[in-house]
Design a protein around this ligand. Structure first.
Ligand SMILES: C[S@@+](CC[C@H](N)C(=O)[O-])C[C@H]1O[C@@H](n2cnc3c(N)ncnc32)[C@H](O)[C@@H]1O
Length: 960
């Protein structure tokens, strides 16, 4: 695969949302998919090869497996839509009576010319062999087409009866008697009633049904029938407004249960066409509803009201006799919270959202969802991006904030889109990460506590506000920047306190937890004692402060005014990456059966509970791709389930950091949520031409944020290590300075940009080459290696690909397994330790080249991690005898150079390794900023402006 196409989506994926008319030959009539029963077995293997993102071939392979159809001998006709507990995995084909013996494929599944071969994650990926009209050759077909108009006008048949294709083909051979019997049976089952749709109207409403040939002039409905290169809609002789099935009259736009496979629940569809084909078959076209279990929510469907369904753009032609019964589905308004059950009118089902397998999108319904004609495109067209004259303001709560990389990028990106987004609150359990966040965001209210305790505190805070009659329904909103909360709240009583006595002067903080570590969590107040300073503050439980109600009230009133804690409805955006350590591929103690029972995964639930309590307008959750892999994506599906249950629109994308201008691959999952009143943000498409290597499970491959194949724009060149760090001064293994001069100018565009000060970074018109750059270099010091490791590192040659295998006495055997050279005595270091440690020899059974590996200038780093030891990762500087410094790692993560980190060296590495790559969150922030201002539209992705984030730079002065 060429790099140039690595970021591209295949054509199949592009069309996945536009299903095609599936005309299946009679033989496939009684098939049903097997996937439902064997979901686990059939789960395709994860793809790890570098080329997996090219998707076409592997996807096809995977789909072949998923979509195998089983012959079901018992029933005569049924709609054979593929059911899978995942995105877009419905499959509907016209199914008719079986009249031949199907041949068996190598898989043991029947195959027949003219049958539909399912080829995709969603129905649209089916490859169709054009319908083989039974007993009708091409000339006859054309003749029928020509006759169509005449026939229609004559209204030869007022009531059209179902015709059995078996009667048309095999029965024909048997003679008329067989045909009569079948016809009689059918008569009682289904027929069209009333006058046909006048031909002129029919041709306008369903033009593709009446054109003779594929490839004619494109009409609005062409995409409605799928990929016009591969299939064409069944041709109609005439359309009808009404049909009679089993004695029940159906009209267009009626909803119905539609027959599925044996033992499977009926499908739920809306009838959008009744037509008789040129071969005389009676069909209806259905637009499908998804039940929660058929969407990405899958296993978590039990948490949802069984009556709630989701309208999709999936449409298929079906045999009229597949209609089972009429049902009542009502559209209800999506009112930021599910309606109370008694508010839902009498119905079988209700719907308030649409579902599309593209990026697993749950979204507001289109204004008119009954037209029967619509199309889904997967990317928005390039558009002009104007610089906003008067930006709007919005606040952000960063949960599991770490040192704040994610929110920093989001705020920058939003600002570039014209939205002043501020990190008003941040929460993290790690005190060093909190220090870093405070240092770089002095206005943010940083809370160093567990998210679960923060949630309890929020609930308690609301109660306290209510207790003091503060308006919790309309609390004050944070200002442009966060308000200060000064601790001068004393009662100004200067009476001295007798010695040995302590009197509460005022409260300076509140928390829920156990700050005194006595083994009991409680609501606590931090007390400033009269006559004492801040260093003497102590945490006291509310239970011991009964005599201080007035002071508590003062604190709460002031805190309410200053928004020290968010109340429901006040937060605009919540972002965060709840840790899910119980699913890591390295973790042997993973609970596959119930990942949420594992305490290490419960932060995902806590995150969603905080969202539920605060009800922000927008949510952005970040996580590792393992949440989509482990236990069939249990945790990823759980997150979706929660958001949808809370009535958030939502969509999920998998983004590779390198695609946004970093020499680091790093794939992460991002899940958007947006209140129904808001525009659901899109995913920003790659700006850099990066080879995307595997990493996403097949079931979620269509969530990888990538261009569609065939729509390959000119992207910027992928970046390498040298682009990011070649301007940094030389430092030694024992470098001890936290701050130093740069000593040289930036050499690359990346280096110019990364050295910008914050105001220039959020100004799209700022040309880095002309801007004033940040002048002091922070955190450019490495984890100091011990003497032995340092000596080892000094012996790793300064060349591409060098590592411990270059040490004397190590040879590489035929299977790429290292072994000691028996001819050479083991070399010892001055300490007596071996030069080649045993762990290096045995790492990954001796096959890994990572121990003491040197990076090279023209390389991309797979993923910056939280550790800096060189024992099992390639982290040595290309030309210096040390590991990459904190700053070098920070550059690979896209932290601006002005961002200074706090804490011991190892802690700083952790903060950097944990971070969301800043350019990725910046691009997402741009999407958020647009959505917040009502821009974006229905497409799941969009193209960032050229030269982002410096898109305001005039064409003549473009930085490159
Ligand atoms: C992946 S990091 C988040 C990185 C951050 N989003 C950024 O971009 O810099 C996860 C963070 O969750 C924090 N954390 C872990 N458990 C927590 C808990 N129970 N409550 C709050 N924070 C927690 C860790 O300290 C860590 O900083």
């Amino acid at each position: 695969m060429s790099k140039a196409t690595a970021h591209c989506r295949t054509r199949q994926q592009e069309n996945a949302g536009n299903e095609q008319p599936k005309v299946e030959c009679p033989l496939s009539s009684k098939r049903r998919t097997r996937y439902r029963q064997n979901a686990v077995d059939e789960q395709p293997k994860l793809l790890e090869s570098p080329s997996s993102v090219r998707r076409t071939r592997q996807r096809d392979g995977a789909v072949d497996k998923q979509s195998q159809l089983l012959e079901s001998p018992s029933s005569s006709a049924r709609c054979t839509r593929q059911r899978q507990g995942d995105a877009g995995e419905r499959q509907t084909v016209i199914s008719l009576k079986r009249n031949k013996v199907a041949s068996e494929t190598a898989n043991g599944f029947p195959e027949e010319a003219g049958t539909v071969a399912c080829e995709g994650h969603s129905p649209s990926r089916k490859k169709i062999k054009a319908p083989a009209p039974t007993g009708v050759n091409k000339l006859e077909e054309e003749g029928k087409n020509l006759d169509m108009e005449k026939e229609n006008e004559k209204k030869v048949e007022k009531d059209e009866l179902c015709e059995d294709p078996a009667a048309n083909s095999s029965n024909k051979k048997k003679g008329d008697s067989g045909k009569k019997v079948v016809k009689k049976e059918q008569e009682s089952i289904c027929r069209f009633i009333g006058d046909p749709v006048p031909v002129n109207e029919a041709k306008i409403r369903w033009p593709e049904r009446y054109t003779k040939k594929v490839g004619g002039p494109k009409s609005i409905s062409s995409s409605d029938y799928g990929n016009e290169d591969e299939a064409e809609p069944a041709k109609a002789k005439c359309h009808y407004y009404q049909a009679m099935v089993d004695g029940v009259a159906y009209n267009l736009n009626d909803d119905a249960h539609v027959k599925a496979g044996d033992g499977e629940p009926d499908y739920i569809g809306r009838i959008i066409e009744f037509f008789k084909t040129v071969e005389g078959k009676l069909y209806f076209r259905a637009q499908w509803f998804y039940k929660a279990e058929d969407t990405v929510i899958s296993y978590h469907a039990n948490d949802h009201d069984k009556r709630r369904v989701f309208l999709s753009e999936d449409r298929n032609d079906n045999d009229l006799e597949c209609i089972v019964c009429k049902i009542r589905i009502v559209r209800i308004a999506n009112n930021n919270g599910l309606p109370l059950k008694d508010e839902i009118p009498e119905c079988d089902y209700y719907y308030d959202m649409s579902y599309s397998p593209f990026y697993s999108t749950f979204a507001n319904l289109p204004k008119d969802d009954t037209s029967g004609v619509s199309s889904v495109s997967t990317t928005s067209s390039d558009e002009g991006f104007e610089l906003e004259a008067s930006p709007m303001n919005a606040n952000l709560l960063d949960l599991y904030s770490g040192c704040g990389a994610m929110s920093t990028g989001l705020c920058h990106g939003a600002q570039l889109a014209g939205l002043n987004l501020y990190t008003t609150w941040a929460v993290d359990v790690n005190s060093f990460a909190c220090q870093s966040l405070r240092l770089n965001h002095p206005k943010t209210k940083v809370r160093n506590e567990k998210a679960e305790d923060f949630l309890t505190l929020l609930r308690e805070w609301k109660k306290l506000c209510e207790e003091f009659s503060l308006d919790v329904k309309h609390p004050p909103r944070p200002n442009k920047e966060s308000d200060d909360f000064s601790d001068d709240g004393g009662d100004n009583d200067s009476t001295p306190v007798p010695k040995g006595e302590f009197e509460v002067d005022h409260f300076v903080d509140i928390c829920f937890g156990d700050p005194n570590e006595i083994g009991k969590k409680e609501l606590m107040f931090k007390v400033r004692w009269k006559g004492y300073g801040a260093s003497e503050d102590t945490w006291e439980p509310i239970s011991g402060l009964s005599k201080c109600s007035e002071r508590i009230e003062n604190f709460v009133r002031k805190g309410y005014q200053n928004k020290i804690l968010p109340l429901p409805g006040v937060v605009d955006v919540i972002c965060g990456g709840p840790p899910c350590q119980g699913i890591s591929g390295f973790n042997r103690f993973r609970d596959y059966n119930n990942p949420l029972a594992d305490i290490r995964n419960q932060q995902m639930a806590v995150f969603m509970e905080i969202v539920d309590f605060l009800k922000p307008k927008y949510v952005l959750m970040e996580n590792v791709v393992d949440i989509l892999k482990f236990a069939e994506g249990f945790l990823g599906r759980f997150a979706f389930s929660k958001l949808v249950k809370m009535n958030y629109q939502s969509r999920l994308g998998i983004m590779a950091a390198g695609c946004y201008g970093l020499p680091q691959f790093r794939m992460r999952v991002f899940l958007w949520g947006a209140q129904p009143s808001e525009v659901l943000p899109q995913f920003p498409l790659p700006t850099h031409d990066v080879l995307v290597r595997g990493g996403a499970p097949v079931k979620f491959e269509q969530n990888i944020v990538a261009y569609n194949e065939g729509r390959r724009p000119q992207l910027e060149k992928a970046l390498f290590l040298g682009d990011a760090i070649s301007d940094l001064p030389k430092v030694e293994n024992n470098e001890a300075r936290d701050e130093m001069p740069y000593g040289s100018s930036p050499k690359t565009d990346f280096q110019f940009s990364i050295r910008l000060t914050e105001p220039d970074l959020v100004d799209p018109s700022s040309n880095p080459k002309k801007a004033v750059l940040h002048n002091n270099l922070f955190d450019h010091r490495p984890l100091q290696l011990n003497e032995d490791d340092y000596m080892r590192v000094c012996r790793v040659p300064k060349k591409k690909g060098a590592n411990f295998r270059d040490f004397p006495g190590v040879i590489v055997g035929p299977n790429n397994v290292v072994e000691f050279d028996p001819q050479i005595e083991r070399v010892l270091l001055p300490s007596g330790s071996p030069l080649v440690p045993d762990y290096a020899m045995s790492y990954i059974k001796g096959k890994s080249p990572k121990p003491f590996g040197r990076l090279w200038w023209d390389e991309t780093v797979p993923t910056v991690v939280t550790r800096a030891e060189p024992h099992n990762q390639i982290i040595l500087h290309p030309e210096q005898d040390r590991v990459l410094t904190i700053r070098e790692n920070a550059r690979l993560q896209g932290f601006p150079d002005y961002y200074k980190l706090c804490g011991p060296i190892k802690e700083r590495y952790i903060q950097v390794g944990n971070a969301v790559a800043v350019p990725v969150s910046r691009a997402l922030g741009f999407a958020l900023g647009r959505a917040f201002q009502g821009k974006g539209g229905d497409d799941p992705t969009f193209t960032l402006p050229a030269n982002f984030p410096h898109f305001g730079v005039g064409a003549g002065e473009a930085i490159n």
